[in-house]
Ligand binder design. Structure first.
Ligand SMILES: [Zn+2]
Length: 355
C-alpha cells in the first residue's frame, strides 16, 4: 500500500538525525501507531477481498453444476472453443435411431476430429417385447453408450418416456438449449412425417428450435446462437405429403463394418427384435445365435445398400462418376428449409468427405 510505504520511509529518514532524537521518537511512535492501524486496515481489506473471491467462485461452481445437470448434458464433454472443428448434433427419437441413420457419417466426421453428439429424445423404455420400464431404459442406455464408443462419438439419452413424446413448450426449450449448448454447425433429425409419433414429434421439436436458437430472449439462460446452424433430415420411405429428397449423399463404405459392429451391440433392439420381436428370434444353440447376429448385420448392410441404389444419381453429384457407381453403402440427408441454407461449396465444408 502506498500509505504504509511512505510511513516506513519517514521513520527511516527521521531516525538518521540524532540531534532531533526526542522529536523523532515522538514522530516515529506516531508513525508506528499509524502504520499499525494501516496494517490492520490492509489486512481487513485483504480478508474481505478473499471472502469475496471465495463467494464468487462458489456461485460460479453452483451455476456451472446446475447448468450441466438441468439440460440433459450430464457426462458430455463440451468441445473446446475455437478449435476449428465442426459440431454436429443429431436427434433421434429412440436410442438406436441416430445410430441407424447417421452412424457411418458420424464416424467419418469423428475420424477427422469433428465433434458429434447423438441425442436420444426418449429413453426407449417400452422398446422390447419382454421387458419395459427403468431396467429396459438402463439397458438401452448402456447399449447405446457402447455403440458410441465404437463410433468414436458422444451421446445422451433424455429421460422422457418412449411412446409419450409431445411437442410441448417445455420440450421445445430443452431441444433449443441442447443445440445452443453444443454450439452446433449441423443439426440432423427425423422428418415430421413418419410412422412413429416419437419420430414425428422429434422432427417437429427440432424444426421448432430451428429459428428459436437465434432468439436471445427465448430461454435467455443459455446464450442464443449468433450463427444459425444448418438443419437436415434423416431419410425415410414415406411419400405423403412429399418424399425424402437428399441434398447430400455420403459413401460410408470405409466405415460400414464398424457401423455394423456398433449396431450389433444394441442387442435388445436388433438381435432380440425390440418391441415387435419374440422369443423365437433368440436361439439357444450357439451356431444359430451366430447366424442370428449375421442376419442382423446383413439386414443393416442391405439397408444402406438400398439407399445408395435409390439415390445413385445424387451420389454422382458428390463423387466422380466411377466412384459414385461403385459406392456400395450410403447415408443421405435432406436440407431443411429452416435454418442456414448452405450452397454446395458450404455443404462440402459441413460434410468434408468429398475431396
Ligand atoms: Zn425410433
Amino acid at each position: 500500500m502506498p500509505g504504509a510505504f511512505s510511513s516506513r520511509a519517514r521513520i527511516f529518514l527521521l531516525t538518521r538525525r540524532p540531534n532531533k532524537l526526542v522529536f523523532c521518537r515522538g514522530l516515529a511512535d506516531a508513525a508506528v501507531e499509524r502504520l499499525s492501524v494501516e496494517t490492520k486496515t490492509s489486512q481487513l481489506m485483504k480478508f474481505l477481498r478473499n471472502c469475496l473471491a471465495i463467494w464468487v467462485a462458489l456461485q460460479l461452481t453452483v451455476v456451472a453444476a446446475w447448468a450441466g445437470a438441468a439440460w440433459g448434458m450430464e457426462g458430455v464433454a463440451l468441445p473446446p472453443e475455437g478449435d476449428g472443428k465442426l459440431r454436429i448434433i443429431c436427434f433421434g427419437a429412440h436410442p438406436d435411431d441416430c445410430e441407424i441413420q447417421a452412424g457411418g457419417t458420424a464416424m467419418l466426421w469423428a475420424k477427422r476430429g469433428h465433434h458429434v453428439l447423438f441425442v436420444s429424445v426418449t429413453n426407449g423404455d417400452i422398446g422390447h417385447w419382454r421387458e419395459a420400464g427403468g431396467p429396459l431404459a438402463q439397458r438401452r442406455r448402456m447399449e447405446v453408450a457402447e455403440a458410441h464408443k465404437i463410433l468414436g462419438i458422444q451421446g445422451v439419452v433424455l429421460d422422457i418416456h418412449d411412446g409419450e413424446l409431445l411437442p410441448t413448450l417445455e420440450n421445445r426449450r430443452l431441444i433449443t438449449k441442447l443445440i445452443r449448448q453444443w454450439k452446433a454447425d449441423v443439426v440432423i433429425a427425423h422428418r415430421p412425417n413418419d410412422y412413429h409419433p416419437d419420430h414425428r414429434y422429434t422432427g417437429v421439436l427440432v424444426q421448432d428450435a430451428a429459428y428459436m436458437v437465434t432468439v436471445p430472449f427465448f430461454c435467455p439462460d443459455v446464450p442464443a446462437m449468433k450463427k444459425n446452424p444448418a438443419f437436415f433430415y434423416f431419410p425415410d420411405r414415406f411419400q405423403k405429403p412429399n418424399p425424402f429428397k437428399p441434398d447430400v449423399m455420403v459413401s460410408v463404405d470405409a466405415v460400414m463394418e464398424k457401423k455394423l459392429d456398433a449396431l450389433g451391440v444394441m442387442e435388445s433392439q436388433f438381435y432380440e427384435g425390440g418391441a415387435n420381436g419374440s422369443a423365437a428370434l433368440i436361439p439357444s444353440d450357439p451356431e444359430k445365435q451366430k447366424a442370428r447376429h449375421q442376419q442382423v448385420r446383413d439386414g443393416f448392410s442391405r439397408r444402406n445398400q438400398a439407399l445408395a441404389d435409390r439415390f445413385r444419381a445424387q451420389l454422382a453429384d458428390w463423387y466422380p462418376a466411377d466412384k459414385a457407381a461403385a459406392v456400395k453403402h450410403a447415408e443421405g440427408f435432406e436440407l431443411c428449409e429452416y435454418g442456414a441454407q448452405p450452397d454446395k461449396t458450404q455443404l462440402k465444408k459441413l460434410f468434408p468427405f468429398f475431396d
